[in-house]
Design a protein around this ligand. Structure first.
Ligand code: SAM
Length: 234
């Protein structure tokens, strides 16, 4: 008999990332990425959160809700390996996986009076359902001699330039949103969101939405991005 378990979200994530493209592939890679966890009753009460003010980082256990209808595969092709090489699903952190469950360590910046958790360094899409939250415990969760020969180094960063117009637009929207928007754009784009197999043509424009902002860029050369436009969507 195959057992089944029913899980219900305890809340959801409100995130700077309005779409999957250009979200860092793991947490902490873009410290300027901010969001909040909106807990559902009864978990938004002080009783459920008591003690969490003593914790700097939390594990967020969540559902990859925008990967739910995908066929479950035994192997995946991680972007880190150029998108061509296959590895077993259990050797990867891909979003297409059995049960569509993800986990991310994020910084817990504050807890609001309404019981919302302000978080940063996230790699989570806006609207992500949250199944559970656990405190990060440094002496347990940091493994000094651990290795992973598939992911040995953080991603190599590429240079980000701005047109003067795009920079001025970003500064204006950063003020309006009261968010570190320039840092967010630089930290996310520096990880080169385009698929690794694509050879960028300098005439091709790429775009992504952070908050309510459309950001457009191109690759003047393979190892550089130039941000062209930063405007509010309608
Ligand atoms: N840190 C988590 C883990 O290891 O389980 C997530 C890693 S997964 C490789 C991160 C990517 O998942 C992001 O770059 C984004 O494209 C995608 N993603 C984030 N939230 C998602 C969601 N709710 N549904 C589907 N994909 C999502």
């Amino acid at each position: 008999m195959q057992e089944q378990y029913q899980l219900s979200p305890i809340g959801h994530v409100q995130s700077c990332f309005a779409e999957k493209f250009a979200i860092p592939r793991q947490p902490a890679l873009a410290p300027a990425a901010q969001g909040r966890i909106i807990l559902l009753p009864p978990y938004n009460q002080a009783q459920a959160l008591a003690g969490l003010e003593k914790v700097s980082h939390i594990w967020v256990i969540f559902v990859f809700h925008q990967a739910l209808n995908q066929q479950h595969r035994l192997q995946v092709r991680p972007p880190r390996l150029g998108g061509n090489q296959r590895i077993g699903v259990f050797a990867s952190r891909a979003s297409h996986r059995p049960n569509s469950i993800g986990q991310s360590v994020v910084r817990l910046d504050a807890i609001t009076a309404e019981g919302q958790l302000l978080i940063s360094g996230l790699d989570l899409l806006d609207g992500t359902p949250v199944l559970d939250i656990k405190p990060y415990i440094p002496f347990v969760d940091t493994v000094p001699n651990a290795y992973n020969h598939i992911a040995e180094q953080p991603p190599q960063l590429i240079q980000i330039d701005w047109t003067p117009q795009a920079k001025a637009q970003a500064q204006q929207h950063a003020q309006r949103l009261a968010q570190p928007l320039l840092e967010l754009i630089e930290q996310c784009l520096a990880q080169d969101p385009k698929p690794a197999y694509q050879q960028p043509d300098s005439t091709r424009h790429y775009g992504v939405c952070f908050y309510d902002i459309n950001v457009t860029w191109h690759y003047p050369s393979a190892d550089r991005i130039c941000v062209l436009n930063v405007e509010q969507n309608n």
